[in-house]
Design a protein around this ligand. Structure first.
Ligand code: GLN
Length: 484
């Protein structure tokens, strides 16, 4: 059996049973063999092989870390020095990043072998992976279905067994929803935990980098390396992140898990069985379940779709063909240059966000939309704060359905926005949240979500880890042809 988890690779490297070079060749071969998934936008075998050799030398010298020699890959929204960094947009099709994002630099410093850059929805706007200017990514469990988004390639590359872990970003659900659709564990840390330096901005008050892998154990390993204060990001939270072992070992027996019943009733019936079993499983681990109410259920999506586009419209103003990005041919004047460069460079969903965001921020509408949405955001945070007075963590569904068909929601942006109704609240409140596999429905993975108070990533990682000690959903793999 080929090694496909980070912990198994690490053990094999430490035992001298394999080398970084061998693991890297295996990953490159898998990426080639599974190119039809369109998970990678850019693969760099030369750079990967050089990093693998350096990693083997480092381990031989006794200076390895947990990640030394492990093949990984990052969403193409993280800058990596000298590499194409496109955010899956025509706007940045020819741009190469002049520096490493902090998260990327920390992976490199740890000795990880970076294989390349992963596909995503353009500028991380989407929930299916179909908004990439470079074509959709397919779900390895069923190639007629979406892998989720926007971290589509980050999920597909792990689920397909190409790399054992990846970096993604999560503004409204983009790590957790693809993790759920692809049978993976995905962590969106507390806002500010992972530096946004070098992460191309979508909505700066919501964007957060994190990791996807098969298990909580492997996610913790990556999170402990990329997390922690960075003076170059003004919103970076102070303090460091504990080592993986400490993040996983908080006792879970005796904890109280809040379960908002209304969220469970709102999911597709196909997901209800696995989610109910997961609740029973947590009880079997000594966790007490407590029914609670989160009274904002319907308000999070509308508030998000005012705030995120508003921030996006300002963040994306820099792509004007002068300061950054695609420049049109033969402009007749400055106005024409801006109009055509932006018109040609951005895809339809990005344009929709810029239009709504600009509208929400305009004179006369600012109070009605933007300020109102900010109030809703505050109320959502207050309901969570109140909930956490009587529970230690929350358990809810990650998604309303399992992975849907490619094309199914393509012409219905609102249906796609609704995909994130269970994930968006954590972003609005800045809370850490994790999706973990809780079972299958018609051969497709089902995800459950754990949320904790700010900076308590260790609590949800420990809960997920304990759950994964007594379940095997995270050990299931797609068969070569698709559905298991
Ligand atoms: N699907 C949501 C959106 O399109 C969330 C995206 C994200 O988390 N990056 O905005």
């Amino acid at each position: 059996m080929s090694l496909d988890t980070l912990s198994a690779m690490r053990r094999a490297l430490e035992a001298g049973e394999t080398t970084a070079v061998a693991l890297t060749e295996q990953a490159l071969a898998a990426a080639e063999a599974k190119a039809d998934l369109n998970a990678f936008l850019h693969l760099d075998p030369t750079q990967a092989r050089a990093a693998a050799e350096a990693a083997d030398a480092r381990r031989q010298a006794g200076e390895g870390t947990a990640l030394t020699g492990i093949p990984l890959a990052v969403k193409d929204i993280f800058c990596s020095e000298g590499d194409p960094t496109t955010a899956a947009s025509r706007m940045l099709a020819n741009w190469r990043a002049p520096y490493d994002a902090t998260a990327v630099a920390r992976l490199k410093d740890a000795g990880a072998v970076l294989l390349g850059k992963l596909n995503l929805d353009e500028f991380a706007m989407g929930a299916s992976g179909e908004n990439s200017a470079f074509g959709p990514t397919l779900n390895p469990w069923d190639r007629t279905r979406v892998p989720g988004g926007s971290s589509s390639g980050s999920a597909a590359a792990v689920a397909a067994g190409i790399v054992p872990a990846t970096l993604g970003t999560d503004t409204g659900g983009s790590i957790r929803q693809p993790a759920a659709f692809c049978g993976l564990t995905g962590l969106k840390p507390t806002y500010g935990r992972v530096s946004r330096w070098g992460m191309i901005a979508f909505a700066s008050s919501l964007d957060q980098g994190g990791a996807l892998a098969w298990s909580a154990e492997d996610v913790a390993e990556v999170f402990s390396v990329i997390g922690g204060h960075d003076p170059r990001d003004a919103t970076s939270a102070p303090g460091t992140v504990a080592p993986a072992g400490a993040l996983l070992s908080a006792p879970v027996a005796g904890l109280t898990l809040g379960v908002p019943e209304a969220f469970f009733e709102a999911v597709d019936s196909a997901l209800q069985g696995p989610l109910a079993e997961a609740r029973a499983q947590f009880e079997a681990l000594g966790v007490r379940l407590k029914a609670i109410e989160l009274p904002f259920a319907g308000d999070a999506v509308p508030a998000y779709y005012v705030l995120a586009p508003a921030e996006a419209s300002t963040n994306l103003s820099r792509y004007d063909g002068v300061r950054f990005g695609h420049r049109c041919e033969n402009p007749v004047d400055l106005d024409d240059l801006y109009r055509r460069s932006r018109g040609e460079g951005f895809g339809p969903e990005v344009k929709r966000r810029i239009l709504t965001g600009t509208y929400a921020l305009s004179v006369g509408y600012y109070d009605a939309y933007y300020r109102q949405a900010q109030r809703v955001r505050r109320r959502i945070l207050e309901s969570f704060t109140e909930a956490f007075q009587s529970v230690d963590a929350l358990f809810l569904p990650t998604t309303p359905t399992t992975a849907f068909k490619l094309g199914e929601k393509r012409n219905d942006p609102i249906a796609l926005y609704e995909e994130d109704r269970f994930t968006i609240p954590a972003n609005l409140a800045g809370l850490p949240a994790l999706s973990l596999p809780v079972g299958f429905s018609n051969g497709l993975p089902v995800g459950g979500q754990l949320l904790a108070p700010h900076f308590e990533e260790g609590r949800i990682l420990s809960l997920a880890h304990a759950f994964q000690q007594v379940t095997d959903h995270h050990q299931q793999r797609p068969t070569a042809g698709g559905v298991a």
